[in-house]
Design a protein around this ligand. Sequence first.
Ligand code: ADP
Length: 239
Amino acid sequence: LQTTLFQAQKMEVLGQFSSGVAHDFNNILQNVSNLIELFGYAREPDQTTSLLKRGRAVIACGQALTSRLLAFARKTEPLAKVLDPNVLIENVREILQLSVGGGIEIRTALQAGVWPVKADPGQLDLMLINLAVNARDAMGGTGTLTIATQNVALCDDAGGILPAGDYVCISVSDTGSGMSADVLARAAQPFFTTKPVGQGTGLGLSMVRTYLRDMAGDCKIVSVPGQGTCVSMYLPRAG
Ligand code: ADP
């Protein structure tokens, strides 16, 4: 019985993982499709050069995704690099803008001297893309997406979701529709979605949370209906 149970659990994890990869891949393909459309309108050599550069960055994201898939199949450890969150955000900013479209303004509030974190940069990019796409859907084409970084020293009596220690908080806030208490309570459950069939898989937030927990971090979602949502991702300080 135990073997069967173990097999079933393995299949469930595999199923969730592959649906997750499909979800991320969809976001990447959407970006490629947007770029091709923009390419059709480009008249100046400067524009085409910049679009090609963005195309290469999107492809790098896709490659990071397939490496992750291969690493999972081979059961190797995920890539963990010490990185500066502010640099990562600046590097992925163009792709995020492409993901949300021109009507949404992306602002950053990056704390100077933010601590380094240890993470897979490709995976962090994908998490940010996921959150940006959710924010876009909640804002319906216009609004502001703010990405902020902050050093956070959690003490023993924080009583929160994480053990005491030093963390970097990367938050993604939007000025969208927000979530009711009911939706908020279920938002990070795998396969929970309020989007029409074919548009939502219900895997974005659950993957973000799983990845963060794998890295000894976690996430917190605060949402006010009619005002917006803020997803705070906590990652332990490296070193
Ligand atoms: P999906 O986007 O495929 O539905 P997610 O796990 O990313 O899957 O999100 C689950 C649900 O949580 C969404 O369907 C939506 O109802 C809600 N949600 C997620 N992010 C936001 C957001 N930024 N603003 C409002 N609602 C959100």
